[in-house]
Write a new protein. Structure first.
Length: 260
């Protein structure tokens, strides 16, 4: 990557933007956790020493889990290089690049800087009736969409067959909670992809690393097995998996073939 291009890409993200956004959009979780800790500490004042010890342990576990999740998020989103996109293959022959988000877009400006010679089409499949995450609603209010972003449906992407060189879904496809809807969406992605094109699906997985980092929050992610099942239903080949960090995987998909 050229130095000038790298500097331009870095300008679109502020320091600690990732972990700051997590707190900003999910503040209710942290308020509830802190309120629980304060309530338990208050109750402990009326109990004997033995019971107080158990309460202090519970408070420490709750606080520790919260701190660990924020530290992991800071590493993943602010220090791991996830948003430098050095792991994305660039052939300089891409005519059309599509970036699809779920209502919150942190990557279109980065892709626009990386694929300067390509047409970048940005699409948003967020449907408030289906995708009810309060954090997404807050993010949409705080950050305007990338210029000329088009709304799309998960069952129909308004692009012609075999017309796109690269498609990116970064930390967004997991918001499609229904398995059948997710498979139909990926069949649409397959339809618009050129025979020689690539799809980058970047996600947390429901695995041990993410359980240790986010405890019960890891249920919001899908397992690797679930993703591979979706890709298979859509007749996509998951030829490569890049572990960007122990907590983030990027699957590079192509048309047809055998899955991992």
């Amino acid at each position: 990557m050229e130095k000038g291009q790298k500097r331009e890409m870095e300008k679109v993200r502020k320091p600690l933007q990732g972990v700051t956004n997590i707190i900003r959009f999910n503040w209710h979780f942290y308020v509830i956790a802190l309120a629980l800790i304060l309530l338990l500490l208050f109750v402990a004042g009326f109990l004997d020493n033995a019971l107080q010890t158990y309460i202090y342990i519970v408070c420490s576990l709750v606080l520790g889990a919260m701190v660990i999740s924020l530290l992991v998020s800071m590493y993943v989103y602010d220090f791991s290089g996830l948003y430098k996109l050095q792991w994305v293959e660039q052939e300089n022959t891409e005519n059309v690049v599509v970036n699809i988000n779920a209502g919150f877009d942190e990557t279109s400006a980065l892709l626009n800087a990386k694929f300067k010679r390509s047409e970048l089409i940005v699409m948003d499949f967020y449907d408030p009736a289906k995708h009810t995450e309060v954090s997404i609603k807050r993010a949409r209010k705080a950050f305007p969409p990338f210029p000329n972003t088009k709304h799309t449906r998960t069952d129909h992407i308004q692009l012609t067959d075999n017309s796109v060189d690269k498609i990116f879904l970064t930390l967004s496809a997991h918001e499609i909670r229904d398995e059948d809807e997710r498979a139909a969406f990926f069949r649409e992605i397959n339809r618009i992809l050129k025979p020689t094109g690539q799809i980058y699906i970047t996600e947390h997985l429901r695995d041990l690393a993410n359980f240790l980092a986010y405890n019960i929050g890891f249920f919001h992610f899908h397992s690797k097995r679930s993703w591979l099942k979706t890709f298979e239903k859509a007749e996509l080949n998951a030829g490569r998996e890049i572990k960007l960090t122990p907590f983030i995987s990027s699957f590079i998909l192509t048309k047809n073939g055998n899955t991992l």
